[in-house]
Design a binder for this molecule. Sequence first.
Ligand code: ADP
Ligand code: MG
Length: 444
Amino acid sequence: MNNIGGMVLQMLKNEISEVDYKRYIKQLQYDEEESKSNLAIFHAPNPLIANWIQTKYSNKISHLFEIKTGVKPTVTVCVKKGNLSSNTPNIPVATPVQGEKLPHTLLNPSYTFQNFVVGGSNNFAYVASKSVSEKPGIVYNPLFIYGGVGLGKTHLMQAVGNVMAAQGKVVIYTSVEQFLNDFSRHLSNRTMDRFKDKYRKCDLLLIDDIQFLSGKNQIQEEFFHTFEALRNENKQIIITSDKHPKKIAGLEERLKSRFEWGLVADIQPPELETKIEIIKKKCEINRVKLDKEVINYVATIIENNTREIEGILSKLNAYSQLMGVDINIQFARNVLKEQIAEKRSNITIDTIMEIVSKELNVKASEIRSKSRNSNIVYARRIAIYLSRNLTPNSMPQLAQYFGMKDHTAVSHTMKKIQELMKNDEDFKIKVDELSNKVSTLTTD
Ligand code: ADP
Ligand code: MG
């Protein structure tokens, strides 16, 4: 390794633990061809190692480059080409795992239809995207996908991109920011022809997170013309957003109406079963082995934001490699303890009561009453169980809140619920689901 990247890694070796160096850093390869003075690209053998190094060492690496060359580059750790899961088409691009400041022009080759788990929450958007990939420019143009953070919008739009790129079509993936930067640059360089050529001559234009067009009038104008040009030529456009076009404030009416010309598809938060399947899929892609118990556990602690999964897997994997032990449920609980504690600090019994009462259709006052009505008892048990598990309240505090005799009554209820959860799968799923709802609402 006598290139600059190799030298920097040698310098890094002296500053970090031997274990980290041997297990992770040593596996990095500097990409001399793709790197520039302000951008250092390294390849790692798999996404977990890439993620781990990116998070832990990219700042340090960037700093070492600065010492050597005087320029502080953005450091991007990517998965090595041809090293992704077998059902991934071989797209000749590198994949930034966390290139925050990188232009969003590259497709992530693991964002494929095969790697996308379909469930009730995303079925509609999936089928729509699949049809578009089969008949681009014909079925739904534009395809507009909207939904909350981490629900798979970018994954789906890039899945279409990957299909078309594999067929040799010209695909552009961009963000509003990137589009705007490009526009400004060409405007000041007086090269608008090239800008127009680029965006109006592609076969597929993917614009991610269009809500950021809001209030930016000049670029809305430009985007309108790009949109018209592409659509007139039957070139496919896919747009994502965090909300329905109608709900994007500060967006020209003519754009809003055009966004609805094709098909508007939403993605909802995944059900527990879908979450479990997504975790299994991510384990498969990243070659992480987790047993059923751990998978179920991870599914119940993640919020609806699926993005969390990869972070959790890489954390579990990294710890287990460092410690040289297998990932069992005890280990997973330990490693993820802090993560959960952080989330729980802002959950209150009142929020839990609100959610349980709404979801199970039982009044909060009834839950706190002494009624023996079976629906009410059911709701009360769940509320107590969630309060005990999700808030820092002690048993005596819970006894007081729920009007019970003392803490032994609470402890008795907890035992009863654990027993029910063991024997009644539907009940367990309901409890997990509510637990998820509470965690999501309180962490937003
Ligand atoms: P969004 O763009 O909606 O914020 P992303 O597409 O970036 O969400 O998805 C976040 C992460 O979750 C990605 O790693 C993606 O692969 C994964 N993901 C989300 N939904 C699914 C799904 N249904 N199947 C497989 N992976 C998913
Ligand atoms: Mg996205």
